[in-house]
Design a protein around this ligand. Structure first.
Ligand code: SF4
Ligand code: SF4
Length: 116
């Protein structure tokens, strides 16, 4: 049986240890993500949409210079959870990126949940 993990909401994956990118579809679903990226913060929704429309640009929510995602609240909860970008949806507790992010912040590896 494969190992099972439960996210313990350490928040490491959103705190700039990983690059978190979003594309135009993510932006259409949740325009608030543009304010995470200093490049788009002062741009309007219309201008941001135009810039993203060529498919060559992304919005950087976190990462690069250990920049945390500004949509993470002080209790390590995602404030846009239902409409978060696909890259965030794809993040799986206990996967390689999760464990790497934890290690970067000195958090012990997430242990698998033992079935009872
Ligand atoms: S690093 Fe892993 S355990 Fe921590 S919040 Fe992200 S998915 Fe959950
Ligand atoms: S959008 Fe939510 S899940 Fe994605 S990096 Fe920001 S706080 Fe984390």
């Amino acid at each position: 049986m494969p190992e099972r993990f439960e996210c313990d909401q350490c928040g490491a994956c959103c705190k700039g240890t990983l690059f978190v990118e979003a594309d135009d579809l993510d932006f259409e679903r949740e325009p608030a993500i543009k304010d995470c990226d200093p490049f788009y913060r002062d741009k309007s929704v219309t201008v941001t949409r135009e810039l993203l429309s060529d498919g060559m640009r992304v919005i950087m929510l976190a990462g690069g210079t250990d920049r945390p995602c500004s949509l993470l609240d002080c209790e390590n909860r995602c404030t846009i959870y239902p409409t978060r970008p696909n890259s965030c949806v794809g993040m799986q507790a206990g996967d390689e990126q999760c464990q790497m992010a934890r290690q970067s912040l000195g958090i012990p590896p997430l242990e698998s949940v033992k079935d009872v």
